[in-house]
Design a protein around this ligand. Structure first.
Ligand code: ZN
Ligand code: ZN
Ligand code: ZN
Length: 368
């Protein structure tokens, strides 16, 4: 698998005239070679020449963590008093164009630019994203398993099984996290719990605010779940619960959101540009008078990273391909009052959009 991925990135490097690919911290490295760099100050870097042997530069004390993959890469170990930039520069050699991982520490890039003044640096995502964003069948099944685990938590949330009234947002957030882990995730990436007026802030940090009867509670949570090979794929879901009978204006806005989100899921077909999927729902929300209240893009790609290409946003003319996996998560936010968002994970497929998220999409109303 790693060999195939490496072959594919090399042919894209040839097309894009990239002489060497440099991958450090972030999701590209584990995707292409099965090793995840520790996000610390010592340099770890996979050096992938367009042709020639691939080397993994790794500090001596972290070398025991590396699962060696002969044929994919050889290790180039550096000792504590060595200069890893010297080592990297010698492996990069006379490359005129290097593509460097987008999440690499800026300090290393600055040092490499100084050491290699005639090398032009580009973002690695130019050659890694087109490959990583198109999921193969096994990856889609891993995403489906992660989505199903998040669904089980969301079902408990909607049914009232997760206590809300009288608890703080932070307490509920911690419980959502514990449940994600209990359902098979290895890591919780986020668990937003936003009550009442806090729900109008899409990335609200759950705090000490106590959830009261009569309020909307917006929950957006997800984690990373390892597949059979130990590679982690992400989940991400948003559902809203209302404690007690919701006011009529909120119900009306939710109906608009529900219809818009369903239309966007249905529109996520192979061949359709990402921005058109965004426009479908945005148009419906604007039509209902909430145009200024949908203050973010429709969605983001998802895979081994919680947010990656392709982004479902105005200006992205990329046409969806079979295997593209992404969120569809429109929202309507009324500052100072309440907010609503509805989020699923969808995969574009030859026979139509494959919605991995199965939890009921209606507003859940719980007695309180
Ligand atoms: Zn978000
Ligand atoms: Zn989310
Ligand atoms: Zn999301």
């Amino acid at each position: 698998m790693f060999q195939q991925r490496m072959d594919r990135v090399r042919s894209l490097m040839a097309e894009e005239q990239v002489d060497v690919l440099l991958l450090s911290v972030g999701a590209d490295l584990p995707y292409f070679c099965g090793y995840e760099a520790m996000p610390l100050e010592r340099l770890t870097m996979l050096v992938v020449p367009q042709d020639g042997d691939t080397r993994l530069i790794v500090p001596r004390l972290e070398a025991p963590r590396v699962i060696e993959r002969p044929g994919v890469f050889e290790m180039a170990v550096w000792d504590e008093t060595d200069d890893p930039i010297d080592l990297a520069s010698s492996l990069i050699g006379a490359a005129s164009t290097a593509a460097i991982g987008d999440h690499t520490w800026a300090g290393f890039l600055v040092d490499l630019m100084k050491a290699l003044p005639s090398t032009e640096f580009r973002r690695a995502s130019e050659v890694t994203s087109p490959i990583r964003s198109v999921k193969d069948e096994a990856e889609v099944e891993s995403l489906r398993a992660a989505a199903a685990a998040a669904d089980r938590v969301a079902v408990d949330l909607r049914s009232g099984d997760i206590e809300l009234a009288g608890r703080t947002e932070a307490e509920v957030s911690a419980e959502l996290g514990r449940r994600l882990l209990a359902e098979g995730h290895q890591r919780v990436n986020f668990a937003i719990v936003a009550a009442g007026e806090n729900a109008a802030s899409p990335h609200h940090e759950p705090g000490e605010r106590v959830i009261e009867p009569g309020e909307i509670v917006l929950c957006d949570f997800g984690g990373t779940m390892a597949d059979a090979d130990g590679v982690g794929y992400c989940s991400d879901i948003t559902r809203c619960v209302h404690l007690g009978e919701p006011p009529a204006d909120l119900v009306d806005a939710y109906d608009v959101l529900f219809e818009a989100q369903a239309a966007q899921v249905a529109a996520a077909e192979v061949g359709r540009p990402c921005q058109e999927v965004d426009r479908v729902g945005r148009g419906m929300i604007a039509e209902a008078g909430f145009g200024d209240n949908f203050i973010h893009r429709t969605g983001h790609g998802i895979g081994t990273e919680a947010h990656e290409d392709p982004y479902i946003v105005e200006g992205n003319t990329l046409e969806l391909r079979a295997g593209h996996a992404f969120s569809i998560e429109p929202g309507i936010y009324l500052a100072g009052r309440w907010g609503l968002r509805l989020e699923d994970i969808v995969v574009a497929a030859a026979d139509g959009p494959d919605n991995l998220t199965t939890t009921d999409h209606r507003l859940a109303v719980i007695d309180a």
